[in-house]
Design a protein around this ligand. Sequence first.
Ligand SMILES: C[S@@+](CC[C@H](N)C(=O)[O-])C[C@H]1O[C@@H](n2cnc3c(N)ncnc32)[C@H](O)[C@@H]1O
Length: 244
Amino acid sequence: MDRTRAHYERFPFVQGGGRRVRHWQRRLRPFLPDAVVRGAVVLDAGCGSGEIACGLADRGARVVAVDLTSAATRRTRAASPAAVICQADVLRLPLPDRSVDHTVSIGVLHHTPDCFAGLCELARVTRPGGSIVVLLYARLTPYHTLYSMTAPLRRRVPVTALDRAPGWWWRVVRLVVAAQVGRRLGDDQLKALIADQVFTPVATFHPAREISRWADALGLVVYRRKKLFLHANLVEFRCTGTAR
Ligand SMILES: C[S@@+](CC[C@H](N)C(=O)[O-])C[C@H]1O[C@@H](n2cnc3c(N)ncnc32)[C@H](O)[C@@H]1O
């Protein structure tokens, strides 16, 4: 946990600006439609750049945002001034049971020491009938392979080496990333992306059947799942009121 906190304080998650805000509004709408979000208290657990919180607030949600790092809470405060924001661990949320209507947590639980405990905590704070939408890294994807293959690099090279990488290396990386994401990223975006995708100290990978087992154990229903081919599953759980 300390290593993860230090990592994201030093290299906070990529900022994608209005484009990323709109991207996540589109992505989340099938899970949390406008009519469901408007006026609802929505927790963004692991708010990072604050762009998902911003997109929810623009759709009329009353946002509560939490992140392990002060870098993230600062950015979220700037992106979403009306949100209630606090620096906290998603494994020990400073929120009462059943205190939020819905929860989103995009790309966060798999960076904690215990993904299942994180889901358990989200289920504790979400009211019965509410949705919990999480993005979790999937097993056996191109990104899973990349993260496994770069383990020796992570052991030998500190993330701060990115600050000293030569210009030609960044030019090559920029071209490779542009081929994947369809556009050229700026210097800061590129650095934050490589720091997150390659150097993040903890990343775990979870097959769909493991996620279903967690849901059963917590009295949640897997209501919807979207497979993101390159790296992840986006999953909506519904709280049934029998959650432990
Ligand atoms: C990959 S970023 C995703 C950020 C954000 N959800 C987004 O998509 O813009 C992961 C974020 O999770 C946060 N994080 C990691 N472990 C956490 C924990 N135990 N509790 C709260 N936040 C955590 C990191 O600080 C970082 O901001």
